[in-house]
Ligand binder design. Structure first.
Ligand SMILES: C[S@@+](CC[C@H](N)C(=O)[O-])C[C@H]1O[C@@H](n2cnc3c(N)ncnc32)[C@H](O)[C@@H]1O
Length: 333
């Protein structure tokens, strides 16, 4: 027996939202990934106008979470949250979802989605390859702060091997030099890795450096390979931090440390286009929760004294700067 349904006008709009094969395909896809409208259309193999008509009906029951960043709209259906909540809709979706997944069209949609996600990765790599040569000038305001040194200070031990994930042009890795034994720099952009190599190879101080191209949701490191890992100013480029944090948990040995450096939520829309930011900052409490969900313990949040002062920001926010935070967590022994 399903829990009590909503009152009849809402029930009718809910059933209308669910009562169409294309709308079920849309919910089936958005239940697993946050997609832009364009990515959703390509995954469904349907035109934007057809998809927009269906989205209008789905929106009448407010089934979707929508984020607007610059000109982009990102859509998500929190199927797991609904099912865990256990209300009428949660139970209804838990009953429908296996049927939706059994449909042949859903299999075809997932196959197209895989291509769309690979295209998204390739776009990110192309974007960072294209800005790699000028990245040091773009990030110059932030480069002068102390936040990265505070991140690196967690790893002062000549025995340690540390991974710098999404290393960019190597600002954080540079702060490691002389503090630990080995730094493994990982980035999906070979252009960025090349710039990191230029910066770091100039400063030989006994720390061995390796460069590995790779994605944050499938890191090119083996289980427990490192004593610690850092991910600085990268999570806001990803659809969600979860896959990256799970990978960090896998590659750090028991007792080792993860350190994240991130921007708090802000309103600098231009950073979406100019810097490739998918999220305008991330809520520190949510990131701390994600770190715990990935298995880390002793999770601690510190608001950094530095503030990021991007040159193009609106005057008021430029003067104040954007708040940064550092989160640490440990893999249980
Ligand atoms: C804003 S830069 C930060 C660079 C550096 N960590 C720092 O603090 O200066 C973001 C970096 O993350 C990399 N990146 C973005 N998405 C990635 C992904 N999915 N896998 C691996 N690297 C990624 C980009 O290529 C870029 O070098």
């Amino acid at each position: 027996m399903l829990k009590s349904p909503p009152d009849s006008p809402s029930l009718a709009s809910l059933l209308k939202a669910l009562g169409d094969p294309t709308r079920l395909r849309i919910l089936g896809l958005l239940g697993g990934h946050e997609l832009s409208v364009g990515e959703l259309c390509r995954s469904l193999g349907l035109s934007q106008s057809r998809v927009s008509n269906h989205l209008r009906v789905i929106r009448e029951y407010a089934l979707l979470t929508e984020r607007h960043v610059g000109p982009s709209t990102f859509l998500y259906f929190d199927a797991a949250g609904l099912e865990a909540g256990g209300g009428f809709l949660g139970e209804l979706w838990a009953t429908l979802a296996p049927e939706v997944r059994r449909q042949r069209e859903h299999g075809d949609d997932l196959a197209r989605l895989r291509g769309v996600l690979e295209e998204r990765r390739q776009n990110t790599r192309n974007f960072f390859d294209s800005v790699a040569g000028e990245w040091n000038a773009i990030g110059v305001d932030f480069a002068t702060g102390q936040a990265r040194q505070r991140v690196a200070a967690n790893f002062v031990d000549p025995q340690l091997t540390v991974a710098d994930l999404g290393c960019g042009t190597g600002y954080v890795a540079q702060a490691f030099l002389g503090l630990c034994s080995r730094v493994i720099c990982v980035d999906s952009s070979t252009g960025m890795l090349e710039e990191a190599r230029k910066r770091l190879d100039e400063t030989p101080v006994g720390t061995r450096i390796e460069y590995r191209p790779g994605e944050l949701d499938s890191l090119p490191l083996s289980d427990g390979e490192v004593d610690g890992a850092v991910c600085a100013m990268v999570l806001h480029h990803l659809e969600s931090p979860d896959a990256c944090l799970a990978e960090m948990f896998r590659i750090i040995r028991p007792g080792g440390t993860a350190v994240l450096l991130e921007l708090s939520p802000h309103r600098q829309e231009w950073m979406h286009e100019a810097l490739g930011d998918r999220h305008l900052g991330l809520d520190p409490q949510l990131v701390a929760q994600s770190l715990e969900s990935a298995g880390f313990v002793e999770v601690a949040l510190e608001i950094a004294a530095d503030r990021y002062q991007p040159g193009q920001a609106e005057r008021a926010e430029r003067e104040e700067g954007l708040p940064l935070y550092i989160i640490r967590g440990r893999v249980p022994r």
